[in-house]
Design a protein around this ligand. Structure first.
Ligand code: HSE
Length: 411
């Protein structure tokens, strides 16, 4: 017999409402006791006495044994989740920035208080990847995880490539559809994808990395010339997070735009859809595909975690406990495409090898191999120059799939 869950819900936005719609259709031995909201003036679809603006009404209610946190404020979310875990409540959260930023503290809190925090919905919405990385790939040697982890930026890229819609109009549409973050820089700048990558890597490899240590370069500076070039080469541009085990001691991670060809799974993942590709030693390449944003898809992942709590499921973080030899590194080289205006930028980036250069009055690019550390050191300069950088193995003759599969030094 499953445990009866009495839930205190924080947040009733797109995901909170999506969750409520789904719960209504089920008979799961769960009850939403109270919903904490920020804005009491907003018109709600449920009786007023279900709502409160006082978080203490949930956190101090001894009747509530489960907290579901679906708010937009990272610091407030951490405070709520920490207090709930410390007072014997199990928690479900969809806050990727909060989980990625405070993962170490959250793991310690769970271990100290014997409580459980589940966050499947925080990574790629409806795609069940965290529990799979944690449980299913428990004994597998994972060479890499990669994919499309941000629906809004993928929406903007697909609208530009498939429908010729300009960047601002496409981003506005993603916002209107409820996919984009309050600050869309998080989406188009690759931050959101990075938080999800950090969380996924903790369950894939057992390494807990601070988001600020991982490079993210986004699509804000993408130009019509970049898209035209990609089309001529029969490639698409996607924003791709990568975590790759280089050897038995080192895992590299970064988020970069990437040229993808039609043989890659990512090529046909368009609009708000997300995907995760897992390259494993024995299972070989696997592909998870689904909606990464939106109320009902994300709500379905939240509900799956809630349902798991009825049986006291918790992440064991087994890999973190067992694989203490594995470390995060930025000490890698990769092939990139750099579209730029200022020649000085090419000089400071210290290309190790230049594969191709192109100059015209309106369009200049260089294709070559570069140290990830040099990209990190010059990230601000790249952004100030409005230069566009993309991971470009498909343009230099080494496919990402084969690079990842054969564990080459160059990713
Ligand atoms: N802003 C996110 C996205 C929402 O566009 O993917 C889901 O995390």
């Amino acid at each position: 017999m499953s445990k009866r869950l009495k839930i205190g819900l924080f947040g009733f936005g797109v995901v909170g409402q999506g969750l409520y719609d789904i719960i209504k259709t089920k008979n799961l031995n769960i009850e939403i006791v109270k919903i904490a909201i920020k804005d009491p003036t907003k018109k709600r679809s449920l009786p007023a006495d279900l709502f409160t603006t006082d978080r203490e009404e949930i956190l101090n209610n001894p009747d509530i044994n489960t907290v579901v946190e679906l708010i937009n404020d990272t610091e407030a979310a951490f405070e709520i989740v920490s207090r709930a875990l410390s007072t014997g409540r199990n928690v479900v959260s969809a806050s990727k920035k909060m989980v990625a930023t405070y993962l170490e503290e959250l793991i310690a809190l769970q271990q100290h208080h014997g409580t459980s925090l589940l966050y499947e919905a925080s990574v790629c919405g409806s795609i069940p990847i965290i529990r799979n990385l944690e449980e299913y790939y428990d004994n597998e040697l994972l060479h890499s995880i990669s994919g499309i982890f941000n629906g809004s930026s993928n929406f903007v890229l697909s609208k530009g490539y498939n429908d010729n819609l300009d960047y601002d109009a496409a981003l506005k549409e993603a916002q209107d559809l409820g996919f984009a973050e309050t600050d869309p820089t998080s989406d188009v700048g690759g931050y959101d994808a990075k938080y999800k990558l950090v969380i996924a890597a903790a369950h894939a490899y057992g390494i807990v990395v601070k988001p600020e240590d991982v490079l993210n370069i986004g699509i804000q500076t993408l130009s019509a010339n970049d898209l035209k070039y990609a089309r001529e080469k029969r490639l698409k541009i996607k924003l791709v997070p990568v975590a790759k085990e280089l050897d038995e001691q080192n895992v590299a991670m970064f988020v970069l735009p990437k040229f993808v060809n039609e043989n890659e799974f990512l090529y046909n993942v368009d609009y708000e859809y997300n995907c995760v590709t897992v390259q494993a030693a024995f299972a070989d390449q696997q592909f998870f595909y689904g909606k990464g944003a939106g109320g009902h898809p994300t709500g379905s992942a939240v509900l799956s975690d809630i349902a798991a709590l009825r049986y006291d499921y918790q992440y064991e973080y087994k890999k973190a406990k067992l694989r203490t030899d594995l470390k995060f590194t930025n000490d890698i080289e990769l092939n990139v495409y750099l579209r730029y205006e200022d020649e000085a930028l090419v000089d400071v980036l210290n290309f190790i090898h230049i594969h191709e250069r192109f100059y015209s009055d309106s369009y200049k690019f260089v294709l070559g191999k570069i140290g990830l550390q040099d990209l990190i050191a010059n990230q601000q300069r790249i952004s100030d120059n409005k230069a566009f950088v993309a991971f470009a193995d498909q343009l230099t003759g080494v496919s990402l799939a084969s690079a990842l599969k054969h564990n080459l030094e160059v990713i």
